[in-house]
Design a binder for this molecule. Structure first.
Ligand SMILES: O=C(O)CO[C@@H](C(=O)O)[C@@H](OCCCCCc1ccc2ccccc2c1)C(=O)NCCCCCc1ccc2ccccc2c1
Ligand SMILES: [Mg+2]
Ligand SMILES: [Mg+2]
Length: 347
């Protein structure tokens, strides 16, 4: 459409949705028409915020006011940002961010309120961690993941409820909604160990990895070949930490009534549980990084995620798969947490 036609900003939003994340773009376009557009704008708003957070070339003098003020920026017609680093993968979204604002301002006010509230909480949480708060303890780890992903689950639940497609009772427990996001983000953080390390960042909690490196050694020592056994024990404990979230995610999904909402929520979840089974005790996490489940398996998982019974079967299959892999590991670091029988972790 031409730049000044009303369809232009609408079309550009779906262009950016597909450019910034094929996986989420596919699941978002699965949604009931009443929810698809608000969730698309919700996604682009938070991806814009995350593009600022991820940009290591931005000085905090510029970055912090943008993060903490993003919920106000969303109402500034025409606002764009052209100072992202040249390698920032989603920088084009900020260069033409005015189309997201145009579409956001056209949403029903009941959706705008939910999106602006989450953007404000996420932006301030991201800024706290950019200002110097470190992911040291497991509590810091859970707090960071709450800010960048738990809040997404909370916001989505608000949109589901406001649309009338899901019951308002779904919004009662922010705890379960938060766990949905933690599950996905923690899998992301495990997958991105090497990539984040190269960016000079890591979100792995020192309270866990500190047990597997020598006094005063850093997280980087886990990527040294001679330390692979300790690295795997650390990886396995992180995987068990994620598995503990599985029952809460199933409990949340059990409450969903609208088929397209269940499918939308379940697809990232079944991908995540299959990913943990792939990462568990797998040295490729440290050597090549960016481990992804095979495309054929992804297609199968998408099909199985169409019913809640299908989701339960997938979770059960991969929990047993990991337990089997765990029992096959002989004589390695019996002291570490990851030796805890998986069934106990999923209790
Ligand atoms: O830069 C990247 O490509 C990855 O960035 C990661 C990072 O920087 O840590 C990191 O950025 C997080 C901050 C921005 C969150 C953006 C987002 C993601 C998915 C959505 C899905 C639907 C609606 C809105 C959404 C918003 C990232 O994208 N991690 C992927 C896991 C986050 C999942 C969020 C989430 C939470 C609960 C959900 C419940 C149901 C369905 C989808 C859900 C999706
Ligand atoms: Mg990111
Ligand atoms: Mg980020």
């Amino acid at each position: 459409a031409k730049k000044d036609s009303p369809e232009y900003s609408y079309q550009m939003c779906y262009y950016f949705l597909n450019k910034t994340s094929r996986s989420f773009a596919r699941v978002i376009q699965e949604l009931h028409p009443e929810l698809c557009h608000p969730v698309c704008i919700f996604y682009l708003t938070l991806r814009g915020l995350d593009t600022i957070e991820d940009d290591m070339t931005l000085d905090n003098k510029v970055k912090l006011p943008l993060l903490r003020g993003f919920d106000k920026i969303m109402y500034k017609k025409g606002w764009t940002f052209k100072e992202s680093g040249p390698n920032e993968k989603d920088r084009i979204l900020l260069v033409d961010y005015d189309v997201v604002i145009t579409e956001f301002l056209k949403l029903k006010p009941k959706y705008q309120v939910v999106i602006a509230n989450i953007a404000k909480r996420m932006g301030n949480g991201m800024a706290d961690f950019c200002e110097g708060k470190k992911v040291k303890t497991v509590a810091d780890y859970d707090l960071y993941c709450h800010y960048v992903a738990g809040l997404v689950g909370i916001g989505l639940t608000g949109l589901f409820s406001e649309s009338g497609l899901e019951s308002a009772s779904l919004t009662e427990s922010e705890y379960l909604q938060n766990r949905m996001g933690l599950f996905l983000q923690k899998v992301n953080i495990i997958k991105d160990y090497l990539e984040d390390w190269k960016d000079g960042r890591s979100f792995w909690p020192e309270e866990i990895w500190g047990k597997y490196v020598w006094e005063n050694a850093g997280l980087g020592s886990l990527s040294k070949p001679e330390n692979i056994n300790d690295a795997l024990a650390c990886l396995n404990e992180l995987c068990v930490n994620v598995l503990k979230l599985a029952p809460d995610c199933l409990e949340y999904m059990a409450k969903l009534k609208e088929p397209s909402v269940l499918h939308f929520c379940a697809i990232p979840q079944v991908m995540a549980i299959a990913s943990i089974a792939l990462f568990f005790n797998n040295n490729v996490v440290f050597t090549k990084g960016g481990l992804k489940i095979r495309r054929g398996l992804a297609v199968k998982l998408i099909y199985e995620a169409t019913t809640f019974d299908g989701v339960k079967e997938v979770f059960k299959k991969y929990a047993l798969d990991i337990a089997r892999q765990n029992s096959l590991r002989v004589g390695k670091n019996p002291k570490d947490e990851s030796f805890m029988p998986i069934s106990e972790a999923c209790s």
